[in-house]
Design a protein around this ligand. Structure first.
Ligand code: NAP
Length: 245
């Protein structure tokens, strides 16, 4: 019997998973995106976009589309959709699997300050510092709680400039794909520290490597706790595909 899969995406890992699932026999895959990115790259399977309407809406979707397995491949910090997915699966008797990234680990050459949440990390920054923020646009407004810090905010939201304070420079771009380019950026901005989420994975790692190269301290927010049973959580795409097969 073929499986009907729903992949919750929005990450590089989800895209890789979808590419592999598109080649698998006996699985019918639908991808789901939050709809925040205005022109997402095309996906190799049928895709839908936009919220489901909380747990109730997601449960209804799972039932109506006879989904057998939901694969949550959302970002480690996308906690709301992950909680909703777990509840909806439990209530609908749908298999829940999580594909996620282990957090980055410091090396001896790093100066890391690690915090349980973003508020603590923002509060700990030294007064008067120039800080490069890589936390994205969703929570950028929270940086204004520290008007004594000069922020350089990198994000993808072109309207961000209007949402953040005057003590701020906004750079609308994706993380740079070469470490040398991240080093060049941080050096040219003359920042004293970097604020980031410990997202793990390869896509955002270059800023961590660049901060190490320039001996800049990193203020890192820990990943939210993963509450799914360990046998349902995968860091390896191959192991997850093995489980599905
Ligand atoms: P979130 O706070 O956990 O979710 C907020 C709401 O957005 C959810 O309740 C859900 O709406 C909807 N949603 C989120 N992901 C969805 C998906 N894949 N398909 C359909 N609806 C989805 O999520 P977020 O932090 O705003 O992240 C949104 C998306 O961006 C996620 O897909 C995530 O993978 C990606 N992303 C997040 C970050 C980050 O730092 N948070 C970074 C990079 C990429 P309903 O309740 O109406 O269903």
């Amino acid at each position: 019997m073929s499986k009907k899969l729903l992949v919750l995406g929005g990450t590089k890992e989800a895209r890789e998973l979808i590419d592999r699932l598109a080649l698998c026999d006996n699985v019918e895959t639908t991808a789901s995106l939050a709809g925040a990115t205005k022109a997402p790259l095309p996906l190799a399977v049928t895709a839908r976009s936009g919220g489901f309407g909380g747990v109730v809406g997601l449960k209804k979707y799972l039932q109506e589309h006879q989904i057998t397995t939901l694969i949550d491949a959302t970002h480690p910090f996308a906690t709301q959709i992950t909680a909703n997915a777990r509840h909806a699966c439990e209530a609908s008797d749908v298999e829940y699997l999580r594909l996620t990234r282990p957090p980055w680990q410091p090396s001896n050459a790093d100066t890391w300050y690690q915090f349980a949440d973003l508020s603590q990390a923002i509060a700990a920054l030294p007064a008067g510092a120039r800080v490069f923020s890589a936390i994205g646009s969703k929570e950028a407004a929270r940086l204004s709680s520290r008007p004594d810090v000069f922020w350089v905010v990198r994000a993808l939201d072109a309207e961000l400039e209007a949402k953040v304070s005057d003590t701020c420079q906004v750079i609308i771009e994706k993380p740079r794909t070469r470490v040398e380019d991240e080093i060049h950026l941080l050096r040219s901005l003359r920042v004293d520290a970097v604020l980031a989420k410990n997202s793990g994975g390869s896509a955002g790692y270059n800023k961590i490597a660049a901060a190490r190269h320039l001996s800049l301290p990193l203020y890192l927010v820990d990943q939210p706790k993963n509450t799914a049973p360990t046998e349902r959580v995968f860091h390896s795409l191959d192991q997850l595909l093995e489980m599905i097969r």
